[in-house]
Design a protein around this ligand. Structure first.
Ligand code: ZN
Length: 318
């Protein structure tokens, strides 16, 4: 298969031409030649049919027709494959994400189509199952995202009292925001989850599921981490009221991730409903886990996201 060169940017032919886009997706999905999704036969001599709008194959074994989009998130979509690839590239190459409004303008699609498209891409970026637990030194931290502070609440809510042991209980629910816990391996992977609340049960549950017991846990002094912390190889906490960090007892990695997440959710997406939040988290986790600092270019990040489109059919009425 040809088309191995890295994506070049907005004028890449694969963003202009649905056949060039299909060639590229085929090189990712079928590195050894087309595989019939109906009978599973790999054959470099499947028949390529003449079709004006898309690259269509006919299986030499079972005689059925197929395209590279069968069994992927693209299947059944009326949007040309080159526009899909461009949308992937845009979401993979912008640090804080890209709004459906901007996608709609850049791709020449309706706003509704662009919105559904962006959500399918986030769905593709979602890790289907976590094959391993996080290890090494793992920071856990929680924050609140999405929603808006309701005007009524803004007036009624008392200012935060720094003398209270847990100022976090004074925010959150009343502010109409959703709590998110992030677990991040130093120098490794990040995983973010929407949680119902920030109790020891919820935060501890996420940590127990995703962090190996021989890991070294780093959190702040929030009481909800105290119990679960005892189950780990070590648990150091940072007191945010102190100016100096003692040794490696900090959660700076998680806080850096939160700053990108918040600039994206608040600055680009403006309003994210609680129901859709997990997919936005998957988008920010995906970009963080395929970072430029590790030598991952925008083109390579896009290729990795496209490789995750398989087996993820979504039914939307567009
Ligand atoms: Zn077949």
């Amino acid at each position: 298969m040809e088309n191995h060169e890295a994506l070049e940017g907005a004028f890449d032919p694969r963003f202009q031409d649905p056949f060039a886009a299909a060639d590229y997706l085929e090189s990712i999905r079928w590195p050894d030649g087309p595989v019939c999704p109906h009978c599973g036969v790999l054959d470099t001599k499947h028949y390529l049919l003449k079709n004006k709008t898309r690259k269509l194959w006919k299986c030499r074994a079972c005689r059925k027709q197929f395209t590279v989009t069968v069994g992927t998130i693209f299947e059944g979509s009326h949007i040309p494959l080159n526009k899909w690839l461009f949308a992937f590239f845009l979401l993979c190459s912008s640090k804080k994400g890209m709004s459906a409004h901007q996608l709609h303008r850049m791709l020449g699609l309706t706003y509704k189509s662009a919105w559904f498209m962006a959500h399918r891409i986030r769905y593709a970026m979602t890790q289907p199952a976590f094959a391993r637990q996080l290890t090494g030194t793992v920071e856990a931290d929680e924050t609140y995202v999405g929603g808006k502070v309701r005007r009524s609440n803004r007036v009624k809510r008392a200012p935060l009292d720094p003398k209270l042991p847990d100022s976090r209980k004074q925010t959150g629910r009343g502010a109409d925001k959703t709590p998110v816990v992030t677990l991040v391996e130093r120098g490794g992977e990040v995983r973010s989850f929407r949680v119902a609340n920030v109790t020891a049960d919820e935060l501890g549950g996420a940590i127990r599921r995703h962090v190996a017991r021989d890991a070294h846990l780093r959190t702040d002094a929030f009481q909800s981490y105290a119990k679960v912390g005892k189950e780990y190889a070590s648990h150091l906490t940072v007191d945010h009221n102190e100016v100096y960090v003692v040794g490696d007892a900090h959660t700076n990695t998680a806080e850096n991730f939160f700053s990108i997440l918040k600039r994206g959710i608040d600055g680009v997406y403006h309003h994210v409903s609680e129901a859709h939040l997990p997919r936005y988290l998957a988008e920010f986790d995906f970009r963080y886990n395929n970072l430029a600092r590790d030598g991952v270019t925008d083109a390579e990040r896009t290729r990795r996201a496209l490789a995750m489109t398989e087996g993820k059919r979504l039914r939307y009425a567009d």
